[in-house]
Design a protein around this ligand. Structure first.
Ligand code: DX5
Ligand code: ZN
Length: 218
């Protein structure tokens, strides 16, 4: 099965937030295709980041699609505000306590699409690919976590690679990988079938955003 177009999505979590608009402009000029925005609520993960007000500000500073990753307990309460703020894709976690039944999660995914965004579904490193089976027909993007969600700068978990391969056999849409992605780990994910590489540290902590993005493309 041919994979969809290769996308590099810088994760703003690793950028200099005191210069947010400038960082956005720099990665846009350096060849980023999407911008990845990590939303954390201090409950689903032990960290707090940004809300719709900041997404709306980023929206005004770029034309790039905003790939919004909700690491929160209750996406059902916040999906609409993030889409209204300008999310192009909105990704929820299959493990989110607010989405713990199949019908509730299916409705959430349908609501995201009805509100005009692409629907994404993410899974933690220890959650099996089979967990996503009932939902694959209702999503545009699967986001495979290759670290425990919560913080940037962690080491890639190679054990997750077979799961990418398994998902690619079952799903023709976008498969993103997130966490510890650099030129080397990104290559193994691409070979397994991922086509969206999310990278924070490897881009924003590098000397050249352009070179970093280019090396992720292989
Ligand atoms: C982690 C976030 C990631 C993170 C990736 O919970 O979902 O998007 O920013 O950062 P790096 O690339 O530094 O691992
Ligand atoms: Zn993320």
């Amino acid at each position: 099965m041919a994979s969809p177009k290769l996308v590099v999505a810088p994760s703003l979590l690793a950028c200099d937030f005191a210069r947010l608009a400038e960082e956005v402009r720099k990665v846009e000029e350096a060849g980023a295709a999407w911008l990845h925005v990590d939303v954390m609520d201090g409950h689903f993960v032990p960290n707090l980041t940004i809300g719709p007000v900041v997404v709306e500000a980023i929206r005004r500073s770029t034309r790039l699609p905003l790939d919004v990753h909700l690491m929160i307990n209750h996406p059902e309460q916040y999906a609409k505000p993030f889409i209204d703020a300008g999310a192009y894709a909105l990704t929820v976690h299959v493990e989110a306590p607010g989405l713990r039944s199949e019908s509730v999660l299916l409705k959430q995914l349908a609501d995201i699409r009805a509100a005009g965004a692409r629907a994404g579904l993410s899974l933690r490193p220890r959650t099996t690919a089979d967990t996503l089976t009932p939902f694959l027909g209702s999503v545009d993007l699967v986001l495979v976590m290759t670290v425990e969600p919560g913080f940037g700068g962690q080491a890639f978990m190679p054990d997750v690679v077979p799961k990418i391969r398994q998902l690619r056999q079952a799903f023709a849409g976008d498969i993103a990988v997130d966490g510890g992605i650099n030129a080397e780990t990104g290559k193994s994910c691409r070979e397994a079938g991922a086509n969206v590489l999310v990278a924070g540290t490897a881009i924003f902590k590098s000397g050249s955003y352009r070179q970093a993005i280019q090396s992720l493309r292989g």
